[in-house]
Write a protein that binds this ligand. Structure first.
Ligand code: HEC
Length: 147
């Protein structure tokens, strides 16, 4: 092989490794920030391990649904990033009202407490709990959401 090709291959390899490490470090930082924000703002209702409240699919005596899990057993991964971000910022009742749905939700809005970046970090942390298949389905939904 000519040395030129070897040098080129080396550069490509180093470049790929650099990008991979860079992306990994960036995602890792978002997940770490998201974990702290999740524990402070969300864990009380959605569970420290994202397990949700017991019997989350049945309404309580007040007629409101309990907090669902955010791991793969829940339905968070069925929704696009844009929908999740709006839901978290506005709260359940307001987010659904904007879609024309009246719903008595116990999910508070965090728009005054969390920035868009902080909500994205929390979503990165939540996603880090999903198996590959759920991550992929949700990523495709976000990509085709067009918002
Ligand atoms: C006071 C309790 C409470 C807190 C705190 C809370 N939630 Fe919720 N959340 C709920 C309840 C109850 C529901 C189910 C009712 C509904 O969907 O509106 C819900 C629903 C949701 C949903 C829609 C369902 C789903 O899985 O897609 C998302 C997303 C969500 N919460 C994210 C969060 C995040 C992120 C935080 C922290 C920033 C948080 N919640 C904090 C009670 C809470």
């Amino acid at each position: 092989m000519r040395p030129g090709i070897l040098i080129l291959a080396g550069i490509v390899l180093l470049g790929t490794a650099w990008v991979a490490i860079h992306l990994f470090a960036r995602d890792g930082a978002a997940v770490a920030r998201g974990r702290v924000l999740y524990d402070t703002n969300c864990a009380a209702c959605h569970g420290r391990n994202l397990e949700g409240q017991p019997d989350w699919q049945s309404a309580g005596s007040d007629g409101r649904l309990p907090a669902p899990p955010h791991d793969a057993t829940g339905h968070t991964w069925h929704h696009s990033d844009a929908d999740l971000t709006a839901y978290i910022a506005l709260g359940g009742a307001e987010a659904l009202a904007q879609m024309g749905v009246t719903f008595d939700s116990a999910m508070p809005g965090f728009g005054d407490v969390l920035s868009t970046q902080e909500i994205a970090d929390i979503l990165a942390y939540i996603k880090s709990h999903w198996p590959e298949r759920e991550r992929q389905v949700q990523a495709e939904r976000s990509a085709s959401d067009g918002r």
